[in-house]
Ligand binder design. Sequence first.
Ligand SMILES: C[S@@+](CC[C@H](N)C(=O)[O-])C[C@H]1O[C@@H](n2cnc3c(N)ncnc32)[C@H](O)[C@@H]1O
Ligand SMILES: Nc1nc2[nH]cc(C(=O)O)c2c(=O)[nH]1
Ligand code: SF4
Ligand SMILES: [Mg+2]
Length: 235
Amino acid sequence: MTLRIAEIFGPTIQGEGALIGEPTVFVRAGGCDYRCSWCDTLHAVETQYRHSWAPMETDAVWAKVHKLSGGQPLTVSLSGGNPAIQDFGPLITKGRAAGYRFACETQGSIARPWFAELDTLVLSPKPPSSGENVDWDAFDSCRAIGAGARQQVMKIVIFDETDYQWAREVHRRHSDLALYLQPGNPEVDPATPVDLQTLANRLGWLTEKAMADGWFAPRILPQLHVLIWGNKRGV
Ligand SMILES: C[S@@+](CC[C@H](N)C(=O)[O-])C[C@H]1O[C@@H](n2cnc3c(N)ncnc32)[C@H](O)[C@@H]1O
Ligand SMILES: Nc1nc2[nH]cc(C(=O)O)c2c(=O)[nH]1
Ligand code: SF4
Ligand SMILES: [Mg+2]
């Protein structure tokens, strides 16, 4: 199985959502079917960066993960781009046999049988500010297969009031999924330092809003890696 890989890095801590703080090796797939206006990972999305995506056999990806983790089983996060474009089934089978756990982050636009082999499926449907339109039939297909994973959760990025109201509506329809809210980072250029006060203000705005509304279902979290390293790549 040949995979297109933008980068493999770690161990670092998972900076987002349900597994925040968990030591993790990231496998970032190259290529995405979306073009979110605020995507913080364009080097794994835009075709202009395609030349930097390495064609790698599953065994070579596994060897790199094994080496980075020093052979100690930890959590491997499949991200991207959209990892669901490709077949990560053989990698998951190989890693799990060695005691590793697997998580995957995807927008929920493409369903794959290997979702059922995951420990954690993170579905991250995109709010209006992204400029994308969610295909809810595809999302439901992802959910149906993800029901076979050890856990399935939802993570929604919030930039503004419209996104917030949208997230509330999505949660009404998918209230059985544990929900994580993450404020949007408006500065995604790796060369520009992030403004920590701006990020804190956005997190504060979102937190106070949910509390004032008595909306206690979601967990509200910052992007921990952005607080530590800004928009640096490979961390
Ligand atoms: C880069 S995406 C890759 C996986 C998949 N394509 C997806 O969007 O779920 C990983 C996570 O980063 C989030 N993300 C991307 N850009 C962001 C930004 N500017 N601020 C906050 N979160 C962002 C996405 O919503 C997603 O939850
Ligand atoms: N530390 C760290 N945590 C992350 N959580 C989601 C990430 C991603 O880009 O998918 C990411 C990432 O790139 N780094
Ligand atoms: S779906 Fe994910 S990787 Fe693709 S453009 Fe949106 S945030 Fe970026
Ligand atoms: Mg990221």
